[in-house]
Design a protein around this ligand. Structure first.
Ligand code: PRP
Ligand code: URA
Length: 209
């Protein structure tokens, strides 16, 4: 089974607490999500392979480290995934981007797909799937199944908050995909919301409720 990484950096935890507060404004919520995404991106890419390149500094030639392999792919699960995507692209501007449009049906909690666009050569690249919330894991699993269908083999999943039920289900259905999250909350409620959580991430990001 793939690993679960909890990013417990104090800055991440502090910012997440402000995001959870119900009084935090839409603007602050979006800004904090972007700030946290920079820190999470740092962790999810910590073990990327390096190779050496010959460069010239003003003083002499040297063998210097650069990222090995093809550019990364960030796959955003719409819409809330875009809140993480933005900051990650600031840190890795050359990354390719996949968009997976999904929303959860409120009654069945099953994902409904409405859009998919990804680079063609997914099989040659590390694909980092981003979505702030891992609740039932139905959305993340559907997005990853679709990316695998299109050739992706080396995948990581990055979120902000996860429910224990979602982690269990995800690890059963995607045993080869490591999860990176800032926190694991207590449980899912009867409506499939993470408790204590932060509410509906998409609505809080875009002010739609
Ligand atoms: C939220 C969230 C995840 C999904 C998680 O999206 O961003 O995609 O729910 O829930 P799950 O693990 O139970 O599938 P939502 O369906 O609200 O769509 P939105 O991003 O368009 O608001
Ligand atoms: N999606 C959200 O945005 N929030 C939750 O708590 C669960 C799913």
């Amino acid at each position: 089974m793939a690993e679960l990484h909890v990013v417990d950096h104090p800055l991440v935890q502090h910012k997440l607490t402000i995001m959870r507060k119900k009084g935090t404004s839409t603007g602050s919520f979006r800004r904090l999500l972007k700030e946290i995404s920079l820190l999470l991106c740092y962790e999810v890419t910590r073990d990327l392979e390096l190779t050496k390149e010959t460069i010239e500094t003003p003083l002499e030639e040297m063998e210097a480290p650069v990222l090995a392999g093809k550019k990364l792919v960030f796959a955003s699960i719409l819409r809330a995934g875009n809140g993480l995507l933005e900051g990650m692209l600031d840190l890795v501007p050359s990354a390719r981007v996949a968009h997976v449009g999904l929303y959860r049906d409120h009654d069945t909690l099953q994902p409904i797909e409405y859009y998919f666009k990804a680079p063609e050569d997914l099989g040659d690249r590390l694909v980092i799937v981003v979505d702030p919330m891992l609740a039932t894991a139905n959305s993340a699993t559907a997005a990853i199944d679709k990316l695998k269908e299109r050739g992706a083999t080396n995948i990581r999943f990055l979120c902000l908050l996860a429910a224990p039920e979602g982690i269990k289900s995800f690890q059963e259905r995607q045993p080869d995909v490591p999860i990176f999250t800032a926190a694991v909350d207590d449980h899912l409620n009867e409506k499939g919301y993470i408790v204590p959580g932060l509410g509906d991430a998409g609505d809080r990001m875009y002010g739609t409720k």
